[in-house]
Design a protein around this ligand. Sequence first.
Ligand code: FE
Length: 206
Amino acid sequence: MPFNLPDLPYPAEALEPYISADTLGYHHGKHHAAYVDKLNGLLAGSHLADRTLEEVIIEVKDDPKRAAIFNNAAQAWNHAFYWKCMTPKGGGRPTGEIGKRIDAEFRGFENFRSQFAAAASGQFGSGWAWLVLDHGQLRITATSNALTPVAQGHHALLTCDVWEHAYYLDYQNRRVDYVEVFLENLVNWRFVEEQLKAAESRATAA
Ligand code: FE
């Protein structure tokens, strides 16, 4: 099988009490696994089976006939990224370069926080909230269903999955509460900092 389900970067119970082991177990072991399995089925025998997920996403993104490949590849990528955006004892105010950039570009962390929460809570139906680097600027975006910054030419720095499967067992319909907990207790700012540095070095090399 060309694409594998990556392991969670922590045990399934590591994010309790904020995200339960049940939620993470289903989300990773059923939902994420299904996207990877479907993608492998769709790409069996295709030249795309030898590519990276990013390459597959970019190759098929504008082809409506290959929407199923796009959706499953994008969801496989988005979920692998989302797991790394969380950590036990995470959240709160970032330090380092990302902390400085957020302060400068959003006029303070509290503004960033409320804008990110609004994007996550306001996304109609299933989707994702993102902090991205877009032409060298930090920007908050929301995407619908599987749509991913990889297809939009943005460098993803942080994401919050706002599909109901991400929070329904723990928060039922209270997406706002899940997003608050994500920001307050779960964000892996060290990972976000690494993504910022990687995005800046790719931009310098390009
Ligand atoms: Fe999800």
